[in-house]
Design a protein around this ligand. Structure first.
Ligand SMILES: *Cc1c(COP(=O)(O)O)cnc(C)c1O
Length: 464
């Protein structure tokens, strides 16, 4: 026994020998030497301890190079890496929300790779302010007197509530709008963190104007309206029109703030989407402050926009929190490029990837699905079918709106759907699909044409 184990240990190749192998030469082209060496050492060490702990001798014959390759894939690549979104969910918060266009990326790269006038006034030749870069475009697109950008919409809500309500003042919110956005962003918590006192009015399903009227006192700081961006309230319901709240705050000299969530800059009604308020229309009603995300339906980089009356925005800009929540030059450059697309207005649904995917012609999605089917047809162990289905907007946007799509349904004769899903997640570019009825489902809406070949290759490799 001892003898065979020693033989087996001796049978392990040395690090040097592995380093000289052909495969290592291939790996060294892709990964730094440090990473390859570490993977080799770790795999050898694992094999050694397996043998010493009495694992079967044939362990040794298990393919060492496969194990090294797997380790390289796991540890030799970046932690944050591209994935193929085959969920059909266009604004997928876990998968990074809005992809940016080549044009936007080009501008971002230009700014990121050199110096810029981030905080330099070129006319005066002296120190400038980073806030100026997005201000004019945001004013133009929202119709607001003034606007600024912070790290995300959660930060926008936090800053506005903190800066506009003095300590221990009340913020009135309808019970139907006390929402959780996910990732533990809850309106009541945000308020508490900013030192405001939450005053709930109305009921879950109905809130009337008189509920707000009765709640307004000297101690009221602000009335907050929150767009129910990730769920729908249907049935016996009532909410107060924004215009009525505007009247109420102007009569009582309070502030009305509206957290819009998604920040939709164009009217989506022509595409059958009626539930999403357009930012400029809300601003037009006379709301003091609106806040929204930059990377939801707007389709830009992660950020939060605050737009509204100048006197309020000025106050926010000066608040110490604004410095802590400020955006960097990458965000500003990408956001300016995206906003410019909106301002130019040409083919907006083609130039903003999020809108392009969301409003994509189903026939085009079908074509994509059929291409995947075609590419996998020849694999004997796979059963592949294309089927019509629905996709969602996601990211807490457009709840209950269904978008016609096409999916590829994959079944393997020997591998379970769950295993198939797992294997397609540990590839060089992980593929994220969903499972239903022991079938792996890929929604072609969110797959880029440039990824089709890679997807086909992933399943070819699995089938080998
Ligand atoms: C998504 C959302 C937020 C949070 O926005 P982030 O940009 O993710 O911080 C806040 N309020 C509403 C209504 C939302 O839909």
């Amino acid at each position: 026994m001892q003898q065979t184990r020693n033989n087996a240990l001796r049978g392990l190749p040395s690090v040097d020998k592995l380093l000289q192998s052909e495969e290592t030469q291939k790996w060294l082209k892709e990964y730094p030497r440090r990473v390859v060496l570490k993977a080799i050492r770790e795999v050898l060490e694992e094999r050694r301890s397996e043998l010493l702990s009495g694992s079967a001798e044939n362990e040794i014959s298990r393919n060492i190079s496969d194990a090294i390759e797997k380790k390289l894939l796991e540890s030799g690549s970046f932690s944050l890496k591209p994935v193929i979104n085959a969920t059909g969910i266009v604004i997928h918060t876990n998968l990074g929300r809005a992809p940016l266009s080549d044009k936007t990326l080009k501008h971002l790269t230009t700014i990121a790779s050199g110096y810029s006038n981030l905080e330099y006034d070129l006319k005066a030749g002296s120190r400038g302010k980073r806030h100026v870069h997005l201000r004019a475009l945001l004013k133009e697109l929202t119709g607001a007197e003034d606007a600024m950008v912070v790290n995300n919409n959660a930060a926008a809500v936090f800053l506005a509530l903190t800066a506009l309500t003095s300590l221990n003042k009340e913020v009135i919110v309808s019970r139907g709008e006390l929402i959780e956005i996910g990732g533990s962003f809850r309106i009541p918590d945000i308020m508490a963190a900013g030192g405001a006192i939450l005053k709930e009015v109305g009921t879950t399903n109905k809130t009337h104007l008189y509920d707000y009227e009765n709640a307004v006192t000297d101690n009221t700081g602000l009335i907050l309206k929150v767009h129910r961006s990730n769920f729908q309230l249907t049935g016996f319901t009532e909410e107060v029109e924004t215009a009525d709240l505007v009247k109420l705050v102007s009569k009582t000299s309070k502030i009305l703030m509206y957290d819009l969530g998604s920040g939709c800059l164009i009217d989506l009604k022509p595409w059958g989407i009626h539930s999403e308020p357009v930012v400029s229309e809300v601003v037009k009603t006379g709301v003091d402050i609106v806040t929204f995300s930059g990377d939801k339906l707007l389709g830009g980089p992660q950020c939060g926009v605050i737009a509204g009356k100048q006197k309020h925005i000025e106050l926010l800009r000066k608040h110490p929190l604004a410095r802590a929540l400020r955006v960097d030059k990458f965000t500003i450059s990408a956001m300016e490029s995206v906003l410019m697309e909106y301002a130019n207005g040409d083919d907006i649904t083609k130039n903003i990837p999020i809108l392009e995917m969301l409003l994509c012609d189903p026939d085009k999605i079908k074509e994509r699905a059929l291409k995947i089917e075609q590419g996998l047809k020849s694999l004997p162990n796979f059963t592949v079918t294309v089927r019509e289905d629905d996709s969602e907007a996601g990211g807490g946007s457009l709840p209950c709106v269904k978008f016609k799509t096409y999916t590829v349904l994959l079944k393997h004769s020997e591998i379970s759907a769950e295993q198939l899903q797992k294997l397609s997640r540990i590839t060089k570019t992980p593929l994220i699909g969903r499972i239903k009825d022991d079938t792996l489902i890929l929604d072609a809406r969110t797959i880029f044409d440039s990824q089709l070949q890679e997807i086909i290759e992933i399943f070819r490799q699995i089938d080998k």
